[in-house]
Design a protein around this ligand. Sequence first.
Ligand code: TRP
Length: 456
Amino acid sequence: MQTRVLTGITTTGTPHLGNYVGAIRPAIDASRRADVDAFFFMADYHALIKSDDAARIERSRLEIAASWLAAGLDPQKVTFYRQSDIPEIPELTWFLTCVAAKGMLNRAHAYKAAVERNTVAGEDPDAAITAGLYMYPVLMAADILAFDAHQVPVGRDQIQHIEMARDLGQRFNHLHGGDFFVLPEALIEEQVATLPGLDGRKMSKSYDNTIPLFAGGARRLREAVMRIVTDSRLPGEPKDPDDSALFTIFRAFASETETAAFRQALLEGMGWGDAKQVLCERIETDLAPLRERYEALIRDPAGIEEILQQGARKARAIATPKLAALREALGLRSSSASATAGASSPRPVGGVKPQKMPRFASFRDADGNFRFRLFAADGEELLLSSAFADPKAAGALQKRLKTLGSAAVLQVKPLCLLLELEGRPVARTPDYADESARDKALLRLREALGQLATED
Ligand code: TRP
């Protein structure tokens, strides 16, 4: 089974080299694994808690999207979207708010720290603290629970939030008597590289010591590198690589051989000016081609928008049926829908006619190969498999689809959808009349796959 891994990026800043080495690069590497179903999103609702500067948030959303795409994120493989394009997230936030213990939120680190600062300053404990800050952990729980994420890669400072998401999911499951949510786990990257900034402290926007990743081009990068603080040793004097931010940054980009050579050169007295030159060139080797992609993306905001809208459709194909089931469990079903409620209604209890299920139908095609179709419970054709010479291979694929369920990777093409395994298409939908028909079919396909996974 694939593991669903989900991460949010708050859209308040411009990505810097530390974000690239510590978050963007490792997350994109991990998203390429066949056993990972990655969800990356821009937490722009969370950004509103930190900033009321609309222009800055708008700019940041664009820069972050372009940076991740330029760095190699594949929006076909990964589900890449903006939080604010998913209305199910605020809706779920409210459902979770109504099961959240206020006492738990009182204990959230970020809120407690703000109260502490007020107390020390002799102010009212809640001075200038918004309810947004207070509710931050519930919004974050909704981000995670809406998609049944198994793992959430986060820094240590976020562990408490994942624990709260588990707590809220568990409470809801318990109160409403069902397995509504997967309980997520925090994935703590012990090895995550933290890059030092210009002054040697951790590279961070709040220390104002960052090196921009793409913004400002090669020139801004070079200017920043030239400002990295070094000691006052002169050219010819041996330098200590292990006490040098410059060397640590170099190592984050270089191979072991390159690193060893640079270490040797510093020990042998290479001047800091030359060392900065070497560092610049090494970073440029990696980043120059990505920067070109970044600049092309930034010049085409409509193109980025289209990618994000596709991502939102993929994400909502999961969140919409989930919220429908939650509404029903909460007693919020619309009266007209109750007569026709189909697949998303709760499991039938004794006496109720069992639902029809989606089914596979196998056949041999004109070339003698084995194929199958997947039909929805109402008989609509949803998928046609590729051709297999061996009937066992076709059978094995049906089994895989049953275990994958709605975690199957679906590529959104202009008029159809492709189902992929290990990066290769193995089945496709019919062609639909237009994008809107395709998007509706995406919902039905996700639902049918989800039903298959619950069979037996
Ligand atoms: N709170 C996270 C941070 O500041 C960002 C975030 C929002 C997030 N929602 C999330 C991270 C859901 C992981 C999962 O870094």
